[in-house]
Design a protein around this ligand. Structure first.
Ligand code: DX5
Ligand code: ZN
Length: 225
C-alpha cells in the first residue's frame, strides 16, 4: 500500500525565515516539504529556484518535493540536482516533446521523477509516461490552476485521481491546491496519498493538528478500500 505523505507547501511560509519554517513543519509532523518553483512564464508568478533549494538543503535533510511550474524544465535538472532537490515534478504541458530525456536525466541526477497536469489537461496525456520502460514515479494532479496559493479546491479533478488509482494501485498520487480539513476526505477517498497543503497548514493556529488530520483521512480511506 502506498504511504501517506503530507507535504506543506513552503509557498505559504515566511520566505525570509525559510530554514526555521521548514524545521517547524517537520516538528509538526510533515513528511515532505513541497517547494513551488515558478518562472513567471509558465505561470504568472515568480518564486524560487536552485539557489534557494541549495541554501535550504544546508539546513535540513528533509525530502524536498520540487514542483516545477516552468516552461523549460530540462534547464532546471542539473542545477536542482546539484542543489539537493529530492523529487523533480515537471508539467506535461511543458514537456510534450522531451519528457523521455527529462525523466532519464532526473533519475541520473538521483532525483525522483514526477509529472503534473493542469486542471484542463486530460490524464490520457500521462499514460505514455507511466507505461514507458523508464516511467515517472509520481503523478501530481493539480486541483487549482497553478500559480498561487490560497485558491479554491476543484472537486471535479477527483475523477482523474480515481481513474489513476484504479489503474496504478502502487503509484504515488499527489494532489495540490485548496487541500485542507474541509476538502481532504474527497481527495483521500478518491485515492490520493501525497497531500500538498499551503494555506490550510500555515494559516492554522495549530499546524500539527491539521497535518495529523490530513494524514488520518488518507489512512482511514486506505483502510476502507
Ligand atoms: C499552486 C502551488 C501550490 C500552492 C498550494 O500553484 O502549486 O503548491 O502552494 O497552496 P494552497 O494549499 O494554499 O492551495
Ligand atoms: Zn505545488
Amino acid at each position: 500500500m502506498v504511504k501517506p505523505k503530507i507535504a506543506p507547501s513552503m509557498l505559504s511560509s515566511d520566505f525570509a525565515n525559510l530554514a526555521s519554517e521548514a524545521e517547524r513543519m517537520l516538528q509538526c509532523g510533515a513528511d515532505w516539504l513541497h517547494m513551488d518553483i515558478m518562472d513567471g512564464h509558465f505561470v504568472p508568478n515568480l518564486t524560487i529556484g536552485a539557489p534557494v533549494i541549495e541554501s535550504l538543503r544546508k539546513h535540513t535533510k528533509a525530502y524536498l518535493d520540487c514542483h516545477l511550474m516552468v516552461s523549460n524544465p530540462l534547464d532546471y535538472v542539473e542545477p536542482l540536482g546539484k542543489a539537493g532537490a529530492s523529487g523533480f515534478t515537471f508539467h506535461i504541458e511543458a514537456s510534450k516533446d522531451n519528457w523521455k530525456e527529462l525523466v532519464q536525466l532526473i533519475k541520473s541526477k538521483g532525483m525522483t521523477p514526477g509529472v503534473s497536469l493542469k486542471p484542463g489537461t486530460p490524464i490520457e496525456d500521462l499514460y505514455p509516461l507511466l507505461e514507458d520502460e523508464n516511467p515517472v514515479e509520481l503523478v501530481l494532479v493539480m486541483t487549482v490552476e497553478p500559480g498561487f496559493g490560497g485558491q479554491k479546491f476543484m472537486p471535479e479533478m477527483m475523477d482523474k485521481v480515481r481513474t489513476l488509482r484504479k489503474n496504478y494501485p502502487s503509484l504515488d498520487i499527489e494532489v495540490d491546491g485548496g487541500l485542507g480539513p474541509s476538502t481532504i476526505d474527497m481527495a483521500a477517498s478518491a485515492g490520493a496519498n501525497c497531500i500538498v497543503a499551503g494555506s490550510s497548514v500555515f494559516g492554522a493556529s495549530d499546524p500539527a493538528q491539521v497535518i495529523s488530520l490530513l494524514r488520518k483521512s488518507v489512512e482511514d480511506s486506505q483502510k476502507n478500500n
